[in-house]
Every structure is written in structure tokens, then in C-alpha cells.
Write a protein that binds this ligand. Sequence first.
Ligand code: FES
Ligand code: FES
Length: 163
Amino acid sequence: MLVKKITFKVNGKEVTIEVDIRESLLDVLRNKFHLTGVKKGCSVGECGACTVLIDNMAFDTCIYLAVWADGKEIRTIEGEAKDGKLSKVQQAFLDETAVQCGFCTPGFVMSTTEMLESGKNFSREQIKKELSGHMCRCTGYHNIMLAAEKALGREDKQAVQID
Ligand code: FES
Ligand code: FES
């Protein structure tokens, strides 16, 4: 086993850890830091359940080696609420009842957060495209779209139609 020492920030805290160079960031976050909000779904980059922000960009951590995180800043769902207050995106998901079993929710929230913080305006079609890498096994896409549109400040969200 080849091991490498890496240092990165996770939810604002700097950490140093030895990892197997073949380990995914997903496994390191879940197994070594107990950040189980980062979900393990398909393990092959297809479902989006394992999405976190790395230097403020959304990545699937199941196909991202932990060694690549060296020097980077990682944000997971566990760090999004501040002082007991949900983030704007988390609150929108709650308001729109966009959660069923909740397995896919952290991934959707992190990708929506990336969109929100980009400061860009997204059309409904663009939001759909940005979130298309996420799967919801409960098929709650209608409310998820309502939540994403609410978080991103789209006024016409009531008229949303899911194809
Ligand atoms: S577990 Fe990573 S994309 Fe499915
Ligand atoms: S809420 Fe269950 S998988 Fe999406």
C-alpha cells in the first residue's frame, strides 16, 4: 500500500492525514472524518450523491482521489448550516418539501450552492442541465426543481413544468 500525507481544509478546518494513494475522497470523508452526509451511491460518477464543493466547484468524490485534495478546500453538507441556521439552499429544499428519503439531497444542495455562489443567472433549462448529474431514486424532481429555483431567486418558479 502506497501512502501519502495530505493537508486540506474540510468545512473550514485544516486537517492532515495519511491516505492510500488509491483511496477516493468519498471514502476518506466518510470513513476517516465521519462526514456521512456525503453519500455513497453508484461509486462510478453517475448518481451525484457524493457531491461536495472542492474550491467552490461541485465534484463527484467517488471518482476523485483523496490525494488530489491536497491543498484544497472541501465543503460538505455538514458545514453549510451556520450558527444553527440553514443555508439559503438548505432552507429552500425544506420550504419546498424537496426531500423524501434524503439520500440524494446533500448532492443536490451542494450543486445548487455552487450555482448560487457563482452569481450567474440560470434559466430553468440551465438549472435542469446543471442538476442532470444527480439522480433521485424517490423521483422527487418536481420539488427539487422548485427548491433550486427558489434558492436561485427565479420568480416564475410556480410555472415550472417537468418534462
Ligand atoms: S456515488 Fe459518486 S456519483 Fe454516485
Ligand atoms: S429523496 Fe430519496 S433519493 Fe432523492
